[in-house]
Unconditional design. Structure first.
Length: 74
């Protein structure tokens, strides 16, 4: 099981949502971080969502990046 971190920086997250759902269905540990200016769409149930810098500091985001097996930016 891979630990995957998705960083959303734009408004069009349609493709990201498809990939997130596929990874979650495959059993990966998926989480999403919204960067400033990004909007949240309907994530699959059980996918944790954090907003930088409101809920997650930049330092904590950097830690999550290094902890992840894969980081995908959209």
């Amino acid at each position: 099981m891979a630990r995957v971190l998705h960083l959303l920086k734009g408004d069009d997250a349609a493709l990201a949502l498809v990939v997130i759902a596929q990874q979650q269905a495959a059993g990966d540990d998926v989480s999403v971080v919204l960067l400033p200016g990004a909007s949240a769409s309907a994530l699959p149930a059980g996918v944790p969502l954090s907003r930088v810098p409101d809920q997650l500091s930049w330092e904590a985001l950097l830690e999550r990046i290094f902890e992840a097996d894969q980081v995908i930016t959209w």
